[in-house]
Design a protein around this ligand. Structure first.
Ligand code: NDP
Length: 282
C-alpha cells in the first residue's frame, strides 16, 4: 500500500495552531491525500525532531515560534526571500533529499493586503511596528511592490536600525523609536509586535494614520485585537487582523509542497465565521 505523504507544524506552544485544520481543508479542496499534524517541539529539540521527521520520509514542515531562526539554520538551501529574512517558516524535502527553506509569511501578508483587501502598496508610506522575525519575513515581498518608504519603529530602537540597514539595498527604509513617530503620517500601519498577544498596544502618537489609510495586525484572535480596535478608533478605512495572512502563508507552503495552489477565500471565510460575529471588516 502506498504511504501517505507526511507534513507537520512544529512550534512551542502549538496547541492553538490552526495549521492542521487549514492544510486539511486545502487537501480536501484540491483532492490531495496527505497527513498534517501539529507537534510541540521546544527549541532545544528542534534539530533532532526535524532530523527524525525527514529521515522517516516526511515531505514538509512548517515552523513557528520560537523555531523560525533555527529552521533557517537547518535548511540545506534557501529561497532568496528566506535568505534575506533570516527566518524560515516552511521546510520542503527536495527530490535529491536536500531540505529547502522558504519564508512564506511575507507573501501571505502581501496576498491578503493586495488581493483579498485591495490595499495597494506602491508609493505608500508604510509604518511597521516591531523589529522581530515577522518584520524580517514581511519586508522582502512588501519591498517588491515599491512602497514610497517604510519606517520601522521598535521598542528597542537598535533592532529597527539593524533591519533598516540590512534591507536598505531593497528600498527606502527609516528606523525610529515610538516617540520619534510624532508628527508623521502613514497610509498603512502594520503591527508586527507581539504586543497584541497580551492585548497591549505599543505607545503610539496621535494622528499617525493618513486619511483613507488602513491598519493591519499580524496577530489574530477571536475578538478584535487591541491594535485592530486602535485602527478603527483612528478612522482606518480597513483595520484587519492576521487571519487572512495565516491562511495565505499556508497556501504558499502548500503550493511549494504539492505544486497546486488552493483557493484561500473559502477557507478564510470559514475560519472567520468560526470565531463568531466579528466587528473586524473583511
Ligand atoms: P518576535 O518575538 O521575533 O518579535 C516581537 C516584537 O514585538 C519585537 O520587536 C518586540 O520589541 C515587540 N514587542 C513585544 N512586546 C511589545 C510591547 N508590549 N510593546 C511594544 N513592542 C513589543 O515575534 P515575531 O516577529 O515572530 O512575531 C510578531 C507577531 O507577528 C506575533 O504576534 C505573531 O503571532 C505574528 N505573526 C503572525 C503571522 C500570521 O500568519 N498571521 C505570521 C508570523 C507572525 P523588542 O525588540 O523591543 O523586544
Amino acid at each position: 500500500m502506498p504511504q501517505i505523504d507526511q507534513y507537520a507544524v512544529f512550534g512551542h506552544p502549538i496547541s492553538h495552531s490552526k495549521s492542521p485544520r487549514i492544510h486539511g481543508l486545502f487537501a480536501k479542496q484540491t483532492s490531495q491525500t496527505l497527513n498534517y499534524v501539529a507537534r510541540d517541539v521546544p527549541a532545544d529539540a528542534f534539530e533532532s525532531n526535524a532530523g527524525t521527521f525527514f529521515a522517516a520520509g516526511g515531505k514538509g514542515l512548517n515552523c513557528t515560534v520560537p523555531l523560525k531562526e533555527l529552521a533557517w539554520r537547518y535548511a540545506d538551501t534557501l529561497t532568496e526571500r528566506a535568505r534575506l529574512s533570516k527566518a524560515v517558516n516552511t521546510l520542503a524535502r527536495q527530490p535529491d533529499g536536500r531540505i529547502l527553506g522558504d519564508n512564506t509569511d511575507g507573501m501571505g501578508l502581501v496576498n491578503d493586503l493586495m488581493t483579498n483587501n485591495r490595499i495597494g502598496l506602491s508609493g505608500y508610506r508604510i509604518l511597521i511596528l516591531g523589529a522581530g522575525g515577522a518584520t524580517r519575513g514581511i519586508l522582502p515581498p512588501i519591498l517588491e511592490h515599491h512602497p514610497g518608504d517604510i519606517t520601522i519603529a521598535n521598542r528597542t530602537p537598535a533592532k529597527a536600525e539593524t533591519i533598516a540597514y540590512e534591507f536598505s539595498h531593497l528600498g527606502k527604509l527609516i528606523s525610529s523609536d515610538f516617540p520619534g513617530l510624532a508628527g508623521r503620517q502613514f497610509d498603512l500601519i502594520i503591527n508586527a509586535t507581539s504586543a497584541s498577544l497580551s492585548d497591549q498596544l505599543p505607545p503610539l502618537p496621535e494622528k499617525l494614520l493618513a486619511a483613507n489609510g488602513s491598519c493591519y495586525d499580524l496577530a489574530y484572535a477571536n475578538e478584535p485585537t487591541a491594535f485592530v480596535r486602535w485602527g478603527l478608533q483612528q478612522g482606518a478605512r480597513l483595520s484587519l487582523d492576521g487571519l487572512g495572512m495565516l491562511v495565505e502563508q499556508a497556501a504558499e507552503a502548500f503550493y511549494l509542497w504539492r505544486g497546486i495552489r488552493p483557493e484561500t477565500s473559502p477557507v478564510i471565510k470559514l475560519l472567520d465565521g468560526e470565531r463568531g460575529e466579528s466587528s473586524v471588516p473583511a
